[in-house]
Design a protein around this ligand. Sequence first.
Ligand code: AMP
Length: 284
Amino acid sequence: MKIIHNVIQMQAIADQLKKKSKTIGFVPTMGYLHNGHLSLIARSVKECDITVVSIYVNPLQFGPKEDFKKYPRDIKTDLKLCRQQNVDYVFIPKDEQIYPVGYMTEVRVKGITESLCGKSRPGHFSGVTTIVNKLFNIVKPGIAYFGQKDAQQSLVIKKMVKDLHMPLKIKVLPIIRELDGLAMSSRNAYLDAKYRRDAILLYLSLKKAKHLIAKKLRKTAKIISQMKRLLSQSEFATIDYIVIVDADSLNEVKQLKAKTKVLIALAVYIGKVRLIDNIIVKVD
Ligand code: AMP
């Protein structure tokens, strides 16, 4: 496994691999790897000739009051995990190469970035699309792997790739959860024991919604109010948003219709830790 810090060097490696007709699989991450990341890496290793994992905590996607500085980092363990997964290259770029003095360009997807996380984190998605675009230009993957955990992010990336005719395929893989159902996240490291206990309420509220839909409840406002009731059991939980939206367009759905697919997504603060989770439900 090779560790690359330099943009030009990474591009040269990608060019060489492409010349030899190798398929490059790419897993962009912010590090502090867990089984969610590892599921993406394992799939890439299985499907592609070469797997590149990037580790970069991208300052551009954090708001001024967000957790950029204290975001968990552990490069040593990350590298060990990548080695165990048979990753070929780990790309760890330097800030001064990614955002050099005089840097002026951003990539922004409109529309679907303005609701859900985009509403509570202004500028977040243009930070994401900008870095992902750059990483695609550096790593030159044939396939890039993303997690359903960040449902809106996956849709935004797919839209960017389609709209800008980018020559690669995006694969979105299922959410990996802890045994009790909590979606794995690097930010779970912030949760102390009492917060960790209540963090499970996110998943329980999603399961509740799914159950209500199976019981033929069709008014989404009613479903959401039941989810809120469940979350209110925690003295530490503050809801940022709960939505039931069309799974492709992210348009709000008021009344569920048969044969449609909805995304039920939520962001909840447990104490000061902002957690997100979601499920896709097919309405029969
Ligand atoms: P991050 O390091 O949080 O930027 O995540 C890197 C990639 O891993 C993104 O595509 C995430 O959606 C994905 N990911 C994070 N957590 C999970 C999870 N629990 N299950 C599946 N994929 C995940």
